[in-house]
Design a protein around this ligand. Structure first.
Ligand code: SF4
Length: 265
């Protein structure tokens, strides 16, 4: 990992934090470590930024075990402890019961269980912000998946609130590609603990990943362009009348009547 790449990573994380006001003075940020390269990169980037950022914030980390890791978690704990990181490991008993009772349960149930555990741990850690390691790749894939399969032009929220508004949920790797997190985590020598689900093939996610990989051979800046597009909407060239200049409010009564007649046909 060259110093240039490291600077690029910190600049991109800093830009996301600044643009979306992710972190504020006095925040305690809990990083959700999934065991993968992305969240490890996020943790390290936040630790480095906390040392030199103009705002004061503290960083801790935690991992929720839901019975899907393919390797023992201990090496990760040892590595974090050696670096002086405050890390909490939480074996989520309800998730293990779910795995026993419904081994083929889907992502909806699994992520609902994880969300409950994440909030519980963050509360115990005294955190008011929870940071997730979703990358630029995840944002681009989500955009395509939502547009193609749910009929909605949306990706992921860079900042959101938990339902009770007690936690700010942030995704500071929004501008960081997985090419960069792989290089950074590799250079750190961090032990990556793979999740069984990441090996699944034949899923929609896998197809979209393959599509990107194919296109990126000829168009290497595809994801940068998609990220720019997400921050540069032209509502007049889309079909949502709530945001078009001549949208619902501007439609004359005669046109509304014509629409009613046509839809009654
Ligand atoms: S991919 Fe696996 S770990 Fe992730 S939400 Fe789905 S079932 Fe859970």
């Amino acid at each position: 990992m060259t110093a240039d790449r490291e600077r690029a990573l910190l600049r991109k994380v800093g830009e996301a934090i600044h643009r979306f006001r992710m972190i504020r003075d006095g925040d305690r940020v809990a990083v959700a470590l999934s065991g993968g390269k992305d969240s490890l990169t996020l943790l390290e980037a936040l630790l480095r930024l906390a040392r030199k950022a103009p705002v004061e914030f503290s960083v801790c980390a935690f991992t929720v075990e839901q019975g899907k890791f393919l390797r023992p978690i201990e090496p990760l704990g040892e590595w974090l402890r050696a670096r002086g990181v405050a890390w909490t490991y939480y074996r989520d008993a309800p998730s293990f019961r779910l795995l026993e009772q419904e081994p083929d349960h889907g992502c909806d149930l699994c992520s609902r269980y994880r969300r409950r555990a994440v909030y519980e741990i963050a509360r115990e850690l005294g955190a008011n912000v929870i940071a997730f390691g979703h990358t630029a790749d995840d944002f681009c894939e989500a955009l395509l998946r939502n547009a193609l399969f749910t009929g909605k032009l949306s990706a992921l929220p860079p900042v959101a609130w938990s339902r009770q508004k007690d936690f700010r949920l942030i995704r500071p790797l929004v501008f960081v590609t997985e090419q960069l997190t792989a290089a950074f985590a590799g250079a750190l020598g961090a032990p990556v603990i793979p999740c069984g689900c990441s090996q699944k093939t034949g899923t929609v996610r896998r197809s979209i990943r393959d599509l990107f990989a194919d296109l990126e051979q000829d168009y290497p800046h595809l994801k940068e362009n998609l990220l720019s597009a997400m921050g540069n909407l032209d509502p007049n060239r889309l079909l949502d009348n709530r945001f078009r200049e001549d949208g619902d409010q501007a439609r004359p009564a005669a046109a509304a009547e014509l629409l009613r007649v046509v839809t009654d046909l």
